[in-house]
Unconditional design. Structure first.
Length: 206
């Protein structure tokens, strides 16, 4: 079993859509360990719809749309890392974190600590918008300092070649491609757009 972690530079950068495209492209299984917020379609629902792939149930389903530790406290529970061991599946497993690298799971542990424990390669998803250089550099620094293997950075948004090149050069990371915003987000359109992503580099990391 080969697992691949998808994390982002923050909330709303497009990592769920990226995860859906990657899960479909790799013929993988998808797992979101902790889901905060259940009023709308969950990330697992979105990935299932956009990829047609097998998805695993979340270890924690939390009602309040907030940081996982706050959502868990709102329900009177504490997230236990022992419940977040990587599940065994046939073939690749795409695992999506919540928000960014430093999102707390409980009052002692960040998602970053869990990534380091899993020892699986990481793809960082980043916006192309203003501010992304700082957010991406800090996220990469945190991941590397924790001993995580970083496959590279995948961008989401309108093309910003100078910004993207700056991140790749100054952060000494692989540019895995850019996923554009899709006004008509369908399984077919996402698969077409995903042809710009460096899947060979990702497959080599598995």
């Amino acid at each position: 079993m080969s697992a691949l972690i998808i994390t982002g530079t923050g909330t709303g950068v497009g990592k769920t859509v990226f995860s859906a495209g990657l899960t479909a492209a790799l013929g993988a299984t998808y797992w979101k360990p902790v889901q905060s917020g259940l009023e709308d379609a969950t990330d697992t629902d979105i990935v299932r719809d956009l990829s047609g792939a097998e998805v695993l149930p979340e270890a924690y389903r939390l009602n309040m749309p907030a940081s996982p530790h706050l959502s868990a406290e709102d329900m009177g529970v504490e997230i236990d890392l022992a419940q977040l061991a990587l599940p065994r599946v046939d073939g690749p497993l795409v695992v999506e974190g919540a928000g960014g690298v430093m999102v707390p799971l409980n009052r002692q542990v960040f998602y970053l600590d869990l990534f380091a424990q899993w020892q699986a390669p990481v793809v960082l998803v980043a916006r192309t918008a203003l501010g992304t250089i700082n957010h991406t550099a800090l996220s990469l620094m945190a991941l590397r300092n924790a001993g995580c293997e970083v496959v590279g950075v995948a961008f989401v948004g309108n093309p910003e070649p100078e910004v993207e090149q700056t991140v790749a050069q100054m952060c000494k990371t692989r540019h895995l491609g850019r996923l554009p915003y899709l006004s008509d987000l369908t399984r077919e359109n996402l698969a077409d757009a995903f042809q710009t992503i460096d899947l060979d580099a990702i497959r080599r990391a598995l």
